[in-house]
Write a protein that binds this ligand. Structure first.
Ligand code: MLT
Length: 328
């Protein structure tokens, strides 16, 4: 990759000099959830592919800054120096949190530069091994028969797992909202589920596939409109639409962001490196093996990525306000 020289004003602002990007300074990729979860996993795989594409010893460092459904990490990047050395990987939470947090510390569509969409990932409803249910129908009947007695884990208000639990509970018209147990990410939440400390969770296939394969959790349905017919392990799980939840369709997406004001030449370079990574056969194989799909349409372009997020914000707002909870 040709090294980019960015004209940058020196501290005095009087002398401009060319400096290579990224230079010796590492590029920090902030993951707004705990290590080991689906967002962290795709970030580490992407960092490896982008580092390979950038060449010249480019050095990506992943930093986990979790809490509040990913908004703490997103705030950190919104307020970071706009020099291309601090990036954010965030998912549907970028679109759900404006409807869930009254005092969000940033404006999603104004405080970030959009670098492109990365992947789309279906979710699955899963339960602890001890649950007396071996298919979705039994599972839903068990939930109804134990109204108010079961709990559901998630990664904080506005996280994908929280959004899914809100949408699913409102779709099945559960008599009473379940107790929800928040974690810093779905990696710790999954540990609690495997340990039987929590009852249910809705999580991305990239985090559930290994646990299902190992028999550590029970899986009941997928949240996408279509079955995951291309995935040998997941192809036989029904969609929630097949189980009678009309129109239920939730697919999580991850995007890449830089602070507003990052130089356009740096943004152009980062977007072209992202596109090389999205076409990296190793990255694609890893994603598809876990039920995810790498974006290969125009949403890997910044403008289309931003338009997509704007449409998702507009789509989710009424849905969340109809059944969601608000946090300060
Ligand atoms: C979510 O539920 O938002 C994510 O799965 C959290 C995570 O990546 O850990």
């Amino acid at each position: 990759m040709k090294r980019l020289f960015v004209l940058a004003a020196a501290a005095t602002g009087l002398i401009a000099y060319a400096q290579p990007f990224p230079g010796a300074k590492p590029i920090t990729l902030v993951v707004p959830f705990a290590a080991g979860g689906p967002t962290d996993r795709v970030a580490r795989d992407l960092a490896k592919a982008m580092g390979k594409a950038m060449g010249d010893g480019a050095n990506f460092v992943v930093e986990n800054v979790n809490g509040a459904g990913g908004t703490i990490g997103a705030t950190k990047v919104a307020k970071a120096a706009p020099d291309g050395h601090t990036l954010l990987i965030y998912h549907i939470g970028m679109a759900s949190t404006p409807a869930l947090y009254r005092k969000l510390q940033y404006k999603p569509l104004e405080d970030f530069e959009y670098l492109g969409l990365i992947n789309e990932v279906p979710m699955m409803l899963i339960g602890k091994r001890q649950l007396r249910a071996n298919n979705y129908r039994d599972f839903e009947n068990h939930v109804r028969a134990n109204a108010g007695k079961l709990n559901i884990a998630h990664a904080g208000l506005g996280s994908a797992s929280h959004l899914c639990s809100l949408m699913w509970q409102s779709a099945i018209k559960a008599d009473q909202a379940m107790a929800t147990i928040p974690f810093g990410g779905t990696a710790p939440a999954m540990n609690a589920l495997v340990g039987g400390q929590v009852d249910l969770m809705c999580d991305q296939t990239t985090n559930t596939t290994g646990q299902i394969e190992a028999g550590r959790v029970k899986a009941f349905a997928v949240t996408s409109a279509q079955r995951l017919s291309g995935n040998m392990l997941l192809k036989d799980y029904p969609t929630l639409q097949e189980m009678g939840l009309k129109g239920f369709n939730l697919t999580i997406w991850h995007g890449l962001y830089a602070p507003k004001g990052t130089p356009s030449a740096v943004l152009t370079q980062l977007n072209s490196v992202l596109k090389l990574a999205l076409n990296d056969p190793d990255f694609i194989k890893k994603e598809e093996g876990l039920g995810a799909l790498v974006v290969n349409d125009q949403r890997s372009d910044p403008a289309a990525h931003k338009a997509f997020v704007a449409s998702e914000i507009a789509k989710l707002k009424p849905l969340i306000e109809a059944g969601g909870k608000f946090a300060d």
